[in-house]
Design a protein around this ligand. Structure first.
Ligand SMILES: N[C@@H](CCC(=O)N[C@@H](CS)C(=O)NCC(=O)O)C(=O)O
Length: 321
């Protein structure tokens, strides 16, 4: 039996859940408390989720791509990485590249969107069981939301989205991936591989970011993702998607107009062709002192981010409850 330590809504975790299901392995999930992660402390590997503990080998390993490689090497049936060496190396590089770019940027913009439109969702994600669910209740929710928002800003630097050109870098990457997937059904080779699972799952948070989910040049990419979700029985919408959608329908608007984006195509500064040996992450340490220093950034992001409110339009590829 494999135990998967998870935050339910994490896109890196979703990638591993999908891999475990394809391989047909017996697994169980343990939901961790994000800011303590006590459940995982006994393992010596990096304390990020996903983390798996395989009781039959005694191995504990974190980081989604190495987890998938471990699963393939230990349980060779129903391989997730291509067998052919060149394709295998190519798929592996795509996984690391997407973990280090798309995964990080999509997380930043997904949380940014929640903070801009409905921060009360954050306690429902992070604190569902703390104090018997107190912080998910109306009133308490509104108190907990800004604190969580500030914590996340410090952890992932959403206040630097514009400075770091996150929208620009992502747009350039996704347009090139959309072009690639118009020419071929899968990122590498002739069948689904872990590279496709990586792309489809790490794209998930952008389904709530209208700049991308409604982008005319990216509709084929979201259609590709939705088709894979359907074919492989993945969840059509995670909790945060359903909640933000409900909020948008209720108020008839969404934050969609990224004021500073120009129509010119952006050339990313960093070469994506450099070979990677491991995935890069972007978490920064937070302490209570630095946390409250994030209040001005929270206020700015929530109300003056430069992302304009526009009339709500359902995203074409979202399944509506
Ligand atoms: N490259 C890692 C990224 C893992 C990661 O950053 N996980 C986040 C959840 S999305 C996490 O552990 N967050 C807890 C924290 O920030 O302390 C992977 O592919 O697994």
């Amino acid at each position: 039996m494999i135990t998967l330590y998870q935050l339910r809504w994490s896109h890196y975790v979703e990638k591993v859940r999908w891999a475990l299901d394809i391989k047909g392995l017996a697994w169980q999930a343990v939901d961790v408390v994000a800011y303590k992660k006590e459940e995982m402390r006994r393992f010596s590997c990096a304390q990020t989720v996903p983390l798996i503990h395989d009781a039959s080998t005694g191995v504990a390993i974190s980081d989604s791509s190495p987890i998938i490689r471990y699963l393939d090497e230990t349980y060779p049936d129903r391989p997730l990485l291509p067998h052919q060496p060149t394709e295998r190396a190519e798929a592996w590089q795509w996984m690391l590249r997407l973990d280090s770019s798309l995964g990080l940027y999509a997380r930043r913009l997904g949380y940014t969107q929640l903070i801009m439109e409905c921060p009360q969702v954050l306690p429902r994600l992070f604190l569902p069981d703390v104090c018997g669910g107190l912080f998910t209740r109306r009133g308490w929710r509104s108190l907990a939301a800004p604190v969580l928002g500030m914590l996340l800003i410090k952890r992932f630097r959403f206040d630097r989205n514009r400075h770091d050109r996150v929208y620009e870098q992502l747009e350039a990457l996704l347009l090139s991936l959309a072009d690639r997937l118009k020419r071929q059904a899968f990122i590498v080779g002739a069948r689904l591989s872990a590279a496709d699972i990586t792309l489809a799952t790490l794209l998930r948070p952008l389904r709530i970011v209208p700049y991308f989910s409604h982008h005319p040049g990216l509709q084929s990419l979201f259609a590709w993702q939705s088709r894979l979700f359907r074919e492989y029985g993945r969840e059509p919408a995670l909790l945060y998607e359903t909640l933000i959608e409900a909020q948008r329908r209720h108020c008839g608007t969404m934050r969609a107009g990224v004021g500073w984006m120009s129509r010119e195509r952006f050339a990313p500064a960093t070469a994506l062709d450099e070979a990677l040996t491991e995935a890069v992450n972007d978490q920064h340490p937070v302490n209570s002192f630095s946390l409250f220093g994030a209040l001005p950034s929270y206020v700015k992001l929530r109300w003056f981010s430069g992302v304009r409110r526009m009339a709500y339009a359902p995203s074409p590829h979202m399944t509506h409850p």
